[in-house]
Design a protein. Structure first.
Lengths: 115, 112
């Protein structure tokens, strides 16, 4: 069966510090991968998605970047965190091979607080 | 992706049916209707999706209006574990990356 892992689970970082959040998927190949952010009391915002290694699409301009160095690894980064980067970060995957309506499976999330 | 409109919150008594509405008047012919829910402090989980016909699965039923401009997620017997934020999302069936654009959803409170 497929599983998705995210770490760390929680993170407290000072403003201006770098960020690296990691997401890995097991039990599937060539998944579509996604990063979402949920600010306190708000809905989910799609940040990045990837349909393959090295292929990253950004949905909104921001202080963050994403990379996909391996098929089942998706990394969210920032060189200098802002207070507005605080939120609940969720990684998700979907099957990239069998059509356009596959459900997305979400990881447990990382709660980031920038102070 | 077309926009959806949902009530901000709803309440239901435990073990009673719940009907969660969603309006999507600008839906296109290739848009699928997806429902996800998010339990507190967790990532969203898939509930159900459909295109034109009503759909049933072990979690819920999806009733789609004949003109497809609205739909209703039906939980047949609400339990305390069903308390969550429910998102109604339209997804273009031709988009390759399965992007989902979440709104603010409906927060369902289940009363014991």
């Amino acid at each position: 069966s497929q599983t998705i892992h995210q770490w760390p689970a929680t993170l407290v970082q000072p403003v201006g510090s770098p960020l690296s959040l990691e997401c890995t998927v097991e039990g599937t190949s060539n998944p579509n991968l996604y990063w979402y952010r949920q600010a306190a009391g708000r809905g989910l915002q799609l940040l990045f998605y990837s349909v393959g290694i090295g292929q990253i699409s950004s949905e909104v301009p921001q202080n963050l970047s994403a990379s996909r160095p391996q098929d089942r690894q998706f990394i969210l980064s920032s060189k200098k965190l802002l207070l507005s980067d605080s939120g609940f970060y969720l990684c998700a995957w979907s099957d990239g091979s069998t059509g356009a309506n596959n459900e997305q499976f979400f990881g447990p999330g990382t709660r980031l607080t920038v102070l | 992706d077309a926009k959806t409109t949902q009530p901000n919150s709803m309440e239901s008594n435990e073990e009673e049916p719940v009907h969660l509405p969603c309006n999507h008047s600008t839906i296109s012919g290739t848009d699928y209707i997806h429902w996800y829910r998010q339990l507190p402090s967790q990532g969203p989980e898939y509930v159900i999706h459909g295109l034109t016909s009503n759909v049933n699965n072990r979690m819920a039923s999806l009733a789609i209006a004949e003109d497809r401009k609205s739909s209703t997620l039906i939980l047949h017997r609400a339990t305390l574990r069903d308390a969550a934020v429910y998102y109604c999302i339209l997804r273009d069936g031709w988009t390759g990356a399965n992007n989902l654009f979440f709104g603010t959803g409906t927060r369902l409170t289940v009363i014991p």
